[in-house]
Design a protein around this ligand. Structure first.
Ligand code: LLP
Length: 871
C-alpha cells in the first residue's frame, strides 16, 4: 500500500444534509455552521451542505403546484414567512431575498401556470430549497464562514427516463447520474469557497429545466453528491438520534442501531424507520461512500453509521410495523398446472398501477399484499381491481392488515431462535408469512387490531431468545428510554466496594466454590419494605435462602418467616433463638398430612389450599384457625416454570371451589382468618399486587372471618443491566390505594428473592480457558450443581472477574462448570477481560436467592460453602 501524501487533500469532501426542522430556526443554523466548520477542520476536508426547505414549505408549494384556488394567498404567506425568518437571522431582507421572492411570485404569472405543466410544477416545488439555502448561505457568511452558494441544478443531472416511466415521474421523481465526468470534477473542485451550500430535492432535467427527485429527495441529493464526489462520508442530520431497533414511540426499549451495512439499512428504511429515505442508500452503496445519521440537537450522540466495511453480524436488527396493508387473496380452481395464471393476474395489477409487495402462493390460491405507502389503495381503487380480477378468479380483499417485519442478516439461520416469536404470533391470526429472497427480512401479516401492543412483546422476545443480539456493542447502542432519561440504571453492586472486594478475595483464597452474603444489603432491602406503610405484616420466604445469619437478621428487622416444609420450620426454630412459632407462616404444597398436624401442635400459622385435604383428614383441621390459599387464575413471573397461577399450576384452591370450601370448613368448625395468594416469582408489573389484593378482598368479604390478606412474594430484582430496579414506590402507592378501598383487612407480604438475591455472590475459581471453533470458554470449579438457575430457567446472572475487576471487559466468553451436562452453562456469552486466566477468582452476581438453597451434589461434587460478611 502506498503511503498517504503528506500534503493535505482539499478535494476530499464531506457532505452534510439538514432537513426541514434543522433549517427552520436560527440556533439550528448556528449548529449547522459549527458542524460544517468542525467537520472540515477535523478531517482536512471540504464540506458541502445540502438543505431542505423550511418545514412545511414543500407541502405549501405542492398545493400551489396542484393548482390550489388560493395559490396567490399561499404564495404571499410563504413570502412573509421567509421575510420574517430573514429578519430573525438579522439579514437585510430585501438584499438577500428580493430576487428569490420575485421569482416565486413570478411563477404564478407564468403562462405555464394555467395548464400547470410538469416543468412549471417542478420549478414551483424547487423554490423552497432555493429560498432556504439562500437564507442559510447569507446567515453563515454573516457569521464569518467562507460559505459559497451553488445551484444544485448545475451539478445534479437527471438520467434519461426508463421506457415505461410515467410523464409525472420523468419530471417529478427522477434519478440522477452518479458518474461524474472529468470536467465535472474539475469544475467542482475549483469553486473558491471551502464550504459550500446547496439545495436538496432538485436537479437539472435533460431539457435544461428543473427536475425533482421526489419525496425524501434531500437525502437522495446528499447521496448523489456523496457518490459524485467520492466523498469521505455523507452525514444525514435529522431530529432523531438515528435508526432504532423498533419505532421508539411504540417500543421505548428500542435500541439505537449504531452500525449497519447498506443492505440492512435499506431494508429498515423501506419497511419501517422514516429516518432516512430508502432511495438515498443505493448511490452511496454503489460508490462505497459511508453514511451516518445524526441528531442536530444532540451532535455528541454516535448516531447510525452505514457502510460496507463491517464484519457482518447475523441477527435481527429491527422490527417494524406497517399499517393499512391490503391483502388480495385470489382463488382459482383452474390454476392448478395452468400456465400463465400469475402473469394474467399480475397484468391486472399493472393495469391498475398497483405495485405488489409480498406474495404467497398455494396450488389454488395466490395472495398478495399492497402497501399503502407505494399505492393508492382507497375503496374505489380496490373495487375496480376486484372487478377486473373477478374475471380470472375468486377475489377476497382482507383489510386493514398490518405487516410486522423482522429485518436482519441471515434470517434463515435464525429460525431456531424465533420460537418465542412464533409463539407470540401463534395467538393471533396470521394471514401470511413471507420471507424475502435476499434473506434480509421475515414478514408476518396480521389484522391491524391484533398488532396493537404486539411490538414491545416481540422486541423483548427477540432479545430474550438471542435472535436480536443486543450484546453486540458494535451494532446496538443505548435504549431510547435511556436517551430520554427514562431509564433508572441499577446501582453499582456492593462487591465493587474496595473493602468488600478484598474480603471476598480473602474468602475465595480459603475455598471455592463459595457463596458469600452481605448482611448490610439484606438489611437495606428489609428496611425498604418496612418503609411501606400500607403493609401490616412482613414474612420472609426462607426457601430463597435459609442461612441462619440471614434468618436472624430478618427476624431482628421484625420479619416473620414463611416456610414450605416441616424441615424449614424446624430449621427456623433451631437457627433463630427464641423465635415465636406464631411468627412462622407455613405454606405447604401437597405435603403429608402429618406435617400439618405437627405445625398446628407447634402453634404455627398454617395455610391450606384444597377441599380434599379437609374431607380426607377432617380430624387434623377440626376447630383450627387457618389461612386459605386461592389460585386467582392468572400468574406471572420471570419464567413459565415459576408461574404459580392458573389451570396448569398445582397451587391454590380454584376460585370455582371457594363456596364448597367454605361449606366444608364450616362443618368442621374451621375458621379462615387469612387469605393468601402467590401467583409467581419475579413479576415485573407493579400493578399485579394491587389487583391481587382487590380480588382477594372480594373473597374475604364472602368468607366473613378473614382479617389478613397475604399477597405473596414475587418481587423482582434487576439481574441484568437492562433491568431497572423494581418500582417500589409504584408498588407502595398501589397498596396504599387499595388499603383505602378495603380498610378492614391487614396486608401481608412474603417475598424471598427481593430481600436476599442481591446480597449474595457465588465465588468460583477459573479452572481452564479454552478456545473451540471460535468460541472462548472459561471453566469454573462451580457448576450447575452449585447454581442451577441458568440451566433451569435460562436465568441471567452477571459474571465478573473479581481478580481483574479494574480491567476492561472486552472479550466474549462462555462461562461453564465442570458438570457432565450440556446445560452446565452460566452464560453463553459475557464480556470479560481478555487476560482472564486459570486461577482467577470469578464472581457470579445476584446469587443470594435460590442459589445455595437449590444446590445439589450432582456428579458427587461437594456442596458449595457459605460465608457471611457483616460490616
Ligand atoms: N410465597 C410462596 C408461596 C412461594 O411459593 C414463593 C416462592 C415465595 C413466597 C417467594 O417468592 P419470591 O419473592 O422469592 O419470588 N426457584 C425460582 C423461584 C421459585 C419460587 C418459589 N416460590 C427461582 O430461582 O427463580
Amino acid at each position: 500500500m502506498s503511503a498517504s501524501p503528506a500534503v493535505s487533500s482539499p478535494d476530499r469532501w464531506i457532505v452534510l444534509k439538514f432537513g426541514g426542522t434543522s433549517v427552520s430556526r436560527r440556533h439550528r443554523w448556528d449548529t449547522i455552521g459549527k458542524l460544517a466548520k468542525k467537520r472540515g477542520d477535523d478531517n482536512d476536508a471540504r464540506v458541502l451542505v445540502v438543505v431542505s426547505a423550511l418545514s412545511g414549505v414543500t407541502n405549501e408549494l405542492t398545493a400551489i403546484a396542484d393548482g390550489a384556488v388560493d395559490s396567490a394567498r399561499r404564495v404571499e404567506a410563504l413570502a412573509q414567512r421567509h421575510r420574517e425568518f430573514a429578519a430573525e437571522l438579522d439579514l437585510d431582507v430585501e438584499a438577500v431575498l428580493g430576487a428569490r421572492l420575485s421569482a416565486l411570485q413570478g411563477l404564478l404569472a407564468d403562462p405555464r401556470a394555467r395548464s400547470r405543466t410538469l416543468d412549471w410544477q417542478a420549478e414551483v416545488l424547487a423554490q423552497g430549497e432555493l429560498l432556504s439555502s439562500t437564507l442559510g448561505a447569507a446567515y453563515l457568511r454573516a457569521q464569518g464562514l467562507d460559505m459559497g452558494w451553488m445551484d444544485a441544478r448545475e451539478w445534479l443531472h437527471a438520467v434519461p427516463p426508463a421506457p415505461n416511466q410515467s410523464e409525472w415521474s420523468k419530471r417529478l421523481s427522477v434519478n440522477c447520474t452518479t458518474a461524474p465526468s472529468a470536467e465535472w470534477r474539475q469544475r467542482f473542485a475549483t469553486q473558491p469557497s471551502r464550504l459550500l451550500i446547496t439545495q436538496g430535492f432538485i436537479s437539472r432535467h435533460q431539457d435544461g429545466g428543473t427536475a425533482i427527485l421526489g419525496r425524501g429527495g434531500s437525502d437522495t441529493s446528499a447521496a448523489y453528491f456523496g457518490a459524485l464526489l467520492g466523498a469521505k462520508r455523507v452525514e444525514i442530520w435529522t431530529d432523531v438520534p438515528g435508526m432504532f431497533s423498533a419505532n421508539p414511540k411504540e417500543v421505548p426499549d428500542a435500541r439505537l442501531l449504531t452500525r449497519l451495512d447498506y443492505y440492512e439499512a435499506q431494508e429498515i428504511a423501506t419497511t419501517g424507520a422514516k429516518v432516512l429515505h430508502p432511495r438515498s442508500i443505493k448511490p452511496c452503496r454503489d460508490a462505497g461512500v459511508p453514511m451516518a445519521i445524526l441528531d442536530t440537537e444532540r451532535p455528541e450522540l454516535p448516531g447510525t453509521s452505514i457502510d460496507g466495511n463491517a464484519e457482518p453480524v447475523p441477527g435481527v436488527k429491527a422490527i417494524s410495523r406497517r399499517n393499512g396493508i391490503v391483502l388480495v387473496s385470489m382463488e382459482s380452481m383452474a390454476m392448478w398446472q395452468q400456465a400463465g395464471f400469475l402473469s394474467d393476474v399480475f397484468e391486472v395489477f399493472k393495469r391498475h398501477g398497483l405495485s405488489v409487495d409480498l406474495i404467497g402462493t398455494a396450488e389454488t390460491n395466490v395472495t398478495v399484499s399492497l402497501d399503502p405507502s407505494e399505492n393508492l389503495v382507497n375503496t374505489d381503487a380496490l373495487a375496480a381491481l376486484s372487478e377486473d380480477l373477478a374475471r380470472l378468479c375468486r377475489v377476497k380483499i382482507i383489510v386493514p392488515c398490518a405487516a410486522i417485519t423482522l429485518v436482519g442478516r441471515g434470517m434463515r439461520s435464525l429460525l431456531h431462535k424465533l420460537s418465542e416469536v412464533w409463539a407470540t404470533f401463534g395467538q393471533e391470526r396470521v394471514h401470511m408469512i413471507s420471507q424475502s429472497s435476499n434473506d434480509l427480512n421475515l414478514t408476518f401479516v396480521i389484522d391491524e387490531a391484533d398488532a396493537d401492543g404486539l411490538l414491545p412483546v416481540l422486541h423483548e422476545a427477540l432479545i430474550d431468545s438471542g435472535a436480536m443480539p443486543v450484546y453486540e456493542g458494535g451494532v446496538f447502542g443505548v435504549r431510547w428510554r435511556e436517551l430520554n432519561g427514562q431509564f433508572r440504571p441499577r446501582p453499582l453492586p456492593w462487591w465493587h466496594d474496595a473493602g468488600k472486594r478484598d474480603a471476598l478475595l480473602r474468602l475465595a483464597a480459603k475455598s471455592t466454590p463459595t457463596y458469600v452474603y452481605d448482611l448490610a444489603t439484606v438489611r437495606e432491602r428489609a428496611r425498604q419494605l418496612k418503609a411501606i406503610a400500607a403493609i401490616d405484616q412482613r414474612y420472609y420466604a426462607i426457601k430463597a435462602n435459609s442461612h441462619p445469619a440471614i434468618l436472624r437478621a430478618l427476624a431482628e428487622e421484625g420479619f416473620g418467616l414463611e416456610c414450605v416444609s416441616l424441615g424449614e420450620i424446624r430449621h427456623v426454630l433451631a437457627s433463630v433463638p427464641g423465635f415465636a412459632p406464631s411468627r412462622i407462616l407455613f405454606t405447604p404444597s401437597f405435603a403429608p398430612p402429618d406435617e400439618y398436624r405437627q405445625a398446628f401442635e407447634l402453634g404455627v400459622n398454617t395455610t391450606i389450599d384444597s377441599v380434599e385435604i379437609l374431607q380426607r383428614w377432617p380430624e387434623v383441621f377440626r376447630g383450627r384457625r387457618v389461612w386459605l390459599r386461592i389460585d386467582l387464575g392468572h400468574g406471572g413471573g420471570h419464567h413459565a416454570k415459576v408461574n404459580t397461577g392458573g389451570k396448569h399450576s398445582k397451587f391454590g384452591l380454584s376460585v370455582q371451589r371457594v363456596d364448597e370450601f367454605i361449606d366444608t370448613a364450616r362443618a368442621l368448625g374451621l375458621t379462615v382468618t387469612g387469605l393468601h395468594a402467590h401467583m409467581g416469582s419475579g413479576i415485573d408489573n407493579r400493578e399485579h399486587w394491587r389487583m391481587m389484593f382487590d380480588e382477594l378482598a372480594g373473597f374475604a368479604r364472602r368468607i366473613g372471618s378473614v382479617e389478613t390478606i397475604d399477597i405473596g412474594g414475587g418481587l423482582p430484582i434487576p439481574y441484568s443491566e437492562d433491568d431497572e430496579p423494581f418500582d417500589l414506590e409504584g408498588y407502595a402507592a398501589g397498596l396504599a390505594e387499595m388499603k383505602q378501598v378495603h380498610p378492614a383487612f391487614r396486608i401481608a407480604i412474603e417475598p424471598g428473592r427481593f430481600l436476599v438475591a442481591e446480597s449474595g455472590v457465588l465465588l468460583a475459581d477459573a479452572t481452564q480457558v479454552i478456545e473451540k471453533d471460535g468460541v472462548r470458554r472459561v471453566g469454573l470449579d462451580a457448576g450447575m450443581n452449585a447454581l442451577i438457575r441458568p440451566a433451569l430457567y435460562d436465568a441471567w446472572h452477571d459474571i465478573a472477574n473479581l481478580s481483574r475487576l479494574d480491567e476492561v471487559r472486552e472479550l466474549d466468553f462462555g462461562v461453564v462448570g465442570p458438570i457432565c451436562e450440556s446445560s452446565d452453562v452460566f452464560a453463553q456469552r459475557v464480556k470479560l477481560p481478555a487476560t482472564t486466566a486459570p486461577g482467577d477468582v470469578m464472581l457470579i452476581a445476584d446469587a443470594g436467592a435460590y442459589g445455595f438453597s437449590m444446590a445439589s451434589t450432582y456428579n458427587l461434587r461437594a456442596l458449595p460453602g457459605e460465608e457471611v460478611i457483616d460490616v
